[in-house]
Design a protein around this ligand. Sequence first.
Ligand SMILES: Cc1cc2nc3c(=O)[nH]c(=O)nc-3n(C[C@H](O)[C@H](O)[C@H](O)COP(=O)(O)OP(=O)(O)OC[C@H]3O[C@@H](n4cnc5c(N)ncnc54)[C@H](O)[C@@H]3O)c2cc1C
Ligand code: FES
Length: 492
Amino acid sequence: MAEKPDRSAASLWLGTAPTTDYAAVSGDVEVDVAILGGGIAGLTAALALKRRGLTVAVVEAGRIGNGVTGSTTGKVTSLHRLVYTELAASHGPDIARAYGQANQQAIDHVARTVAAESIDCDFRKVSNYTCTEDPEALGRLRDEADLAAELGLPSTYTIDVPLPYETRGAVRFDDQAQIHAVKYLQGLARAVHGGGSFVFEESPVRHVRDRSPAEAETDGGIIRARDIVVATNLPIGDGGRFAERCLPHRSYIVGSPATSLGADATFISADEPLRSILTTVQDGTHYLLVGGEGHPLPSSGGSAERFDRLAAFARDRLGAGEPAYRWSTQDAMPTDGLPFAGPISPASQHVFVITGLRKWGLTNGTAAALVIADLVSGHANPSAGLFDTNRTVPLKPPPSPEAPPTEPPVLKPGQGSVIDADGERLAVYADTEGTTHSLSATCTHMGCTVQFNSTDSTWDCPCHGSRFSLQGSVIQGPAAKGLPGRGGAEPV
Ligand SMILES: Cc1cc2nc3c(=O)[nH]c(=O)nc-3n(C[C@H](O)[C@H](O)[C@H](O)COP(=O)(O)OP(=O)(O)OC[C@H]3O[C@@H](n4cnc5c(N)ncnc54)[C@H](O)[C@@H]3O)c2cc1C
Ligand code: FES
C-alpha cells in the first residue's frame, strides 16, 4: 500500500488510512463469483464466499473505501435510533426481532473477522445511545428500550447519559462497537486477494449480463462468473428497479479536534435536528465526529450552511475546535424500511443485489452480505426472507423535472448551470479562467437532468443520486457511464 495522502477534503477515515493500489482489470477473467463494488457489502460477501472455497473477483470502480463506507460515521450497532418501534408498527414484532438479530449477528461477524484476519481498524466495543433532550420524548424512548429488550437485544432505558450537555434520557445498547471503516475494508480486501481470487480497482463495470456464465464488462476486460453480486450501493444493471424502491438520502459530517468525551460510547439524538456523535483517536489526536443535516435528494439549501450548523453544535455543545474534516455522502433508504439482498429481479438466476442499507450499512450491509453468501453457495439463511428482493414495497416516482432556461445565463468562474440548447440539455461550467465547458446534462442512468452542486462542484442527478465530476466521470452511481462531452467524447 502507498503512503498516506493528504486528503483533508475527504472523510477523516480516508484521510487517516493508506491508499490501496490493486491493479485494474486487464484482460478477461474467470471466477466463480464476481462482486461489483468494494464497500462493506461487496467485500464482506467476497470474503464469506472465498472462505467457502469459491474463487471471487471484487471489481471496484475507484479505490477500496472511496464509496459510502469510507464516508460513514463508523458505528457498528443494532441500535438504529428508534427502529424497533418503527418496524414493529410497520411490519410486526417478528420482523423487528429478525432485523435486530441480523444486526446483532453482524456485530459479532465484524468482531470475529477483525480477530481472524488481524485487521488493525481501531475496532472497539462501546455502548451506543439514542438520547433525547425533550422530556416529552421520554415515553417513546422508554417504549423503544422495553421493546428492544423483549426482542432479545442488549437494551436498557437510562437517564444517565454520558454527554457534557443536558439530556433527559436514552435507550442504551451495550456491547456495540465502532471501527475505522476504511482500514476495515482494506483488511477485508487483503484477505480476499490471492489464491485464485482478485481485487480489482479503478475498473468501473459498464454492463452486467445475466447469462450463463454471467458477465461484468469493464473497459479493461470481461469478468465471467457463475454468479454476479451487484454491491454498488444503488445497483447498476437492474433496469432501474431498485431506483423505485430506495431513496438516496444525503448526510453531512464534521470531524473536529476535541478533548475526549470521557465515555466509551457513541450517540444519536431521537430529536430533530438529528445529531450523531462518535469520538476517535487518529495519529494521537482526539477527534469528535458530529453528523446530521440529512435530507432526501434533490437538496434544498447549501452544504456550507449544513456543515456550519454541525460545526457550531460540536463547538458549543461539545467544546470541539474548528473542523479539520468536512464530508458528506448518501445512502439508499428502502421505501419500506428493510434492506434488500437477493436475486436482482424475479427472473434472475445468476445476478444478485445488495442495497437499501438505510444509513446503517456497517451492520445491515454485513448481514445482507452474509445472506448473499449463503444464497450463492446454496445454504439456508434465516435473514433471507427479511431482505427478500421480490417482496412488494411502495414504489417512489422520480421528482418532476424542472425546465431549464433557454437563454444561457452569464456564469461567473466556478459556477455551473443547465441550459436548453436547441432542444438538448447541456451542463455548462465556467472554470476559474471563465472558460466554459459543456457536457450532456442527461444522466446516463435513466435520463433525468443533472443539477449543478455549487458546494462540491459536481453535477448531481436529483432522481436517484448519481453524481458526476466536472469532467463528466461518475463519482457515485447508480449511473455506470459518465456524461458525454459536447464533442461526443465519453468520460470514464
Ligand atoms: C453520513 C452517513 C453516515 C453513516 N454512518 C453509519 C454508521 O455509523 N454506521 C452504519 O452502520 N452505517 C452508517 N451509514 C451507512 C453506511 O455507511 C452505508 O450503508 C454503507 O457504507 C453502504 O455500503 P455499500 O457497500 O452498499 O456501499 P459503498 O461503500 O458505496 O460501496 C459500493 C462501491 O461500489 C463501487 N461502484 C459503484 N459503481 C460501480 C461500478 N459501476 N463498477 C464497479 N464498482 C462500482 C463504488 O465505488 C463503491 O466503492 C452512514 C451513511 C451515511 C450517508
Ligand atoms: S436518472 Fe437515475 S440517477 Fe440519474
